[in-house]
Design a protein around this ligand. Structure first.
Ligand SMILES: Nc1ncnc2c1ncn2[C@@H]1O[C@H](COP(=O)(O)OP(=O)(O)OP(=O)(O)O)[C@@H](O)[C@H]1O
Ligand SMILES: [Mg+2]
Length: 380
């Protein structure tokens, strides 16, 4: 008898799985070393207590009733088979476990024996596989986008170059005509500028994918903002939306990659306009704060603001809530801002207020220097 107790002891001590024995009233009789390790309780903190201290609050409430129902009816729900359940660590954190329960009639009465397998490592592994799979999906989409982007850039550049050449030829011929129409000439020049701009945007998009350094030039900040507002408003001509730029210092210049910064602002203003579409007050404000080392460009709207769920995902690619739109605007915008040594963030949510996005750009040595850069209103 002594030998068998010693053997039982060594089994309990060395078992990798947790072993718990309880009686009909749920009182713990045996709590082995693996359980001590798993649940964080010392043996004497559990022995003699109700097993429900090892369960979540909800399971704990109904456990005694489950035992009673089984003893009354003999109907087995968990006994004889394994099941994944959630245990509760001493610190209150949930532990995923696989529990299999057997029963035995002993000289000390009827007992239930629970074998407990720790599922934390397996769950963490499964989660990691799920994360990797979803990353893979995103990466595949990003790759497809890269490839599509390169193909589109290639396909569009050729007709665009042709359009520019035709326009330039037409403008030259117009200049040689006896009866000149200065208005027509200026329209042609603007059309050439726009085609040139489109081609530069494509080049920059490609260089952005290739992670090149931003190409900084001196630009006039007020003109840059005005152009962005104009561009966005082209898509909202028939709406009641009012976009107000509060920065009118046309002497203030900034040294940035104008097209990239424009990409950020256009995305922020577009997002703001889309957010206020169904609101009573449909206004978007663009404000500028110039501090000692940085310039802060703020885009505020009168929309519903950003709920916590959206805020967490905001800067991750492909997580937008719109039916149309890839959900990449803010992710790209933030990396452009960070490529400039700046940042893009959203101000804390205030109930009843819309969203405020803040673009910070540093005024480094090669950054903005206020007055001395030559203004370049055309931005290219
Ligand atoms: N001003 C805002 N107010 C409320 N929600 C916003 C605002 N700006 C962005 N969001 C939310 O953040 C999400 C992500 O914006 P993001 O610009 O990255 O992508 P998108 O606008 O959905 O698509 P894309 O810019 O790629 O066309 C949006 O789908 C929207 O849910
Ligand atoms: Mg967007």
């Amino acid at each position: 008898m002594l030998v068998s107790t010693a053997r039982l002891h060594s089994v309990l001590k060395t078992a990798v799985d947790g072993i718990i024995v309880i009686d009909d009233s749920g009182t713990v009789l045996v709590f082995n070393d693996a359980c001590v390790h798993l649940f964080g309780y010392e043996r004497d903190e559990v022995i003699g207590k109700n097993v429900s201290i090892l369960m979540s609050e909800d399971d704990a409430k109904s456990h005694d009733a489950h035992i009673k129902r089984y003893l009354d009816t003999g109907e087995k729900r968990i006994i004889g088979q394994g099941r994944e359940v959630s245990g509760c660590h001493k610190d209150g954190s949930p532990i995923p476990i696989e529990l299999s329960v057997g029963e035995a009639d002993t000289s000390e009465g009827h007992q239930f024996i629970g074998i407990i397998r720790d599922l934390r490592a397996r769950k963490a592994f499964e989660q990691r596989v799920r994360d990797l799979q979803s990353n893979l999906v995103v990466m595949t989409r990003v790759n497809a986008l890269d490839e599509m982007g390169a193909a589109i850039a290639h396909e569009i550049n050729q007709p665009l170059t042709a359009v520019m050449l035709y326009l330039q030829t037409a403008a030259r011929r117009m200049k040689t005509l006896e009866e000149q129409d200065p208005q027509l000439l200026s329209i042609m020049t603007r059309a050439v500028d726009e085609a040139d701009r489109a081609s530069k945007i494509i080049q920059r998009m490609r260089s952005f994918v290739e992670k090149q350094e931003p190409q900084k030039v001196g630009v006039n900040l007020a003109s840059l903002i005005d152009e962005c507002v104009e561009l966005v408003m082209l898509g909202h001509k028939n709406d009641n939306i009012n976009v107000i730029s509060n920065f009118s210092d046309h002497d203030y210049n900034l040294t940035v990659d104008a097209i990239q910064v424009q990409q950020i602002l256009v995305n922020l203003i577009r997002n703001a306009c889309e957010a206020i579409k169904d609101c009573k007050k449909q206004e978007v404000y663009v404000d500028v704060d110039i501090a000692a080392t940085d310039v802060f460009i703020k885009v505020t709207d009168t929309g519903p603001g950003l709920c916590e769920e959206v805020r967490e995902q905001l800067f991750k690619a492909f997580t937008g809530t719109k039916r149309r739109g890839l959900g990449v605007g803010l992710a790209i915008s933030r990396s452009i801002a960070q490529n400039h040594g700046g940042d893009l963030f959203v101000e804390p949510y205030v109930k009843g207020k819309g969203a405020t996005f803040v673009l910070r750009l540093p005024l480094g040595l090669d950054g903005a220097d206020g007055q001395s850069n030559l203004a370049s209103a055309s931005m290219i």
